[in-house]
Design a protein. Structure first.
Length: 449
């Protein structure tokens, strides 16, 4: 078999694989755009195949590379079948990604990405296909990866807000705001203003003993002091920006998930990875301290209900105490209040202009209604019946449903009767609520009630 014959055989194999993806159930409206983009890329390759000389090794290799990339996206699609993740949450993320991650072509036209969701591994991740990855693509693919062990744990899914920030940086539209107003604010002053300032902060005598001990051990072994690079500074800025992005998208529920998910895997909260060429993440203590401060600056660190709400208010207070618990030393505060305020303002403006998912605190009545339903073992959805029997439906944003879930979980000692819901049961009820809410919103938007 010659290289050209192998290329032709591989082309047919990939085309068959694409056709076979149609056997599976991905939900309404989930197949067409994805299938069409892959088919379009294959059509471009097929046209190129017709003119490939048998001896042009480089062109044959390039086309095999294109086919390999298409095969990757087809294989990813196989992990996108219904039942592998929370599809109501997937729907929220899909709409947000299509808006935030749209790009513009050379003619100035908006090009929406093709978003698909998979159940994969143990990490929350959103991967955005680089614009230079293929010469045959029309729309870039965005892959949203739900961690398989947590497929029903919607209270953790707000962590996708952080991942949306990473993906948005790689677009010409959202990225312009994030690289401009947001990152400019975060590096305007203080330790993140330059690599020199960051290293001065790291080596400051106010640093915790954990840091000082690690730096001393490094300099003793290497005969030179450890220095963070400008590459590390850029990575830290991006991570902090993405944490603020998650906060703007999902509010206090993001901070609760951030602390619950990340604190256990960072037993040394001040630790800086000095054993690697480039430290990619700031210490957990710095991230948490920034989020606590941002909550206070935004006014999201106080309960929505008043003391007259009794048990609901006490449950909300338990959530607030959990969110604002900050045991870390002042050294870990990398950003000033004006920096956080300016960055958050720009992120909120971007999200508000592009999507409907920016966090707004719920009303006291909404908190009371949603948390009471959870305490009764019912999905937290604001839907009742009038005396006439007509449904009285309300739209509850996803972030507010998640907020109610965290209020119940952290304040459950004040609520309901025994036995209390487990964390898994609390998540399942919130997941069911998101599914029911999606149906309610369809009815409300159609105006048929």
């Amino acid at each position: 078999m010659t290289p050209l014959e192998f290329l032709q055989e591989e082309f047919e194999n990939v085309r068959r694989a694409l056709d076979e993806t149609l056997r599976h159930d991905y939900g309404p409206g989930r197949v067409r755009d994805y299938y069409n983009e892959c088919a379009s890329r294959l059509t471009s390759i097929e046209k190129a195949l017709a003119g490939v000389p048998a001896g042009d090794a480089q062109q044959i290799s390039d086309l095999l590379g294109e086919l390999s990339r298409i095969s990757f996206w087809i294989a990813s699609r196989e992990r996108s079948r219904l039942g592998e993740f929370s599809w109501p949450f997937e729907d929220v993320l899909r709409h947000a990604a299509e808006a935030l991650l749209a790009d513009k072509n050379l003619g100035g036209s908006t090009i929406a990405p093709v978003v698909h969701v998979v159940s994969d591994g143990i990490e929350y991740q959103i991967s955005y296909e680089p614009s230079t990855s293929s010469s045959v693509n029309t729309h870039r693919f965005v892959t949203i990866s739900f961690p398989r062990p947590l497929k029903h744990h919607v209270l953790f899914h707000s962590l996708f807000g952080h991942e949306l920030g990473h993906a948005a940086l790689d677009t010409s539209t959202s990225g312009a705001v994030l690289y401009g107003s947001v990152l400019t604010a975060l590096r305007a002053t203080g330790p993140l203003s330059s690599a020199a300032a960051l290293n001065a902060w790291l080596h400051d005598k106010a640093a915790p003993a954990d840091i000082q001990g690690a730096l001393t051990a490094y300099s003793t072994a290497r005969k030179i002091p450890f220095q963070l690079t400008d590459r590390s500074r850029a990575a830290w800025l991006e991570e902090l920006m993405c944490d603020l992005f998650g906060l703007a998208a999902f509010g206090p529920a993001f901070v609760a998930a951030h602390r619950a998910f990340l604190m256990p895997i960072h037993p040394r909260p001040y630790h800086v990875r000095i054993d690697e060429p480039a430290s990619t993440h700031p210490p957990f203590a710095c991230r948490h301290k920034m989020l606590v401060r941002a909550l206070k600056l935004l006014g999201w660190g106080t309960p929505c209900t008043a003391t007259g709400s009794g048990a609901i208010h006490r449950a909300e207070m338990d959530l607030m105490n959990y969110l604002k618990d900050d045991p870390y030393v002042p050294w870990a505060q990398l950003l000033t209040d004006p920096q956080i305020t300016a960055a958050m303002s720009a992120i909120q403006g971007l999200i508000a202009a592009q999507t409907y998912m920016g966090y707004q605190p719920p009303t006291p009545d909404a908190v009371t209604a949603l948390v009471t339903l959870l305490a009764e073992g019912v999905p937290p959805v604001q839907a009742t019946l009038e005396n006439s029997g007509k449904p009285l439906l309300q739209s509850t944003p996803v972030a507010q449903t998640l907020y109610a879930g965290w209020v119940y979980w952290l304040g459950k000692a004040h609520l309901g009767t025994s036995p209390k819901l487990t964390f898994f049961e609390t998540n399942r009820l919130c997941d069911h609520a998101l599914m029911q809410q999606s149906a309610i919103d369809l009815v409300i938007n159609e105006g048929v009630i």
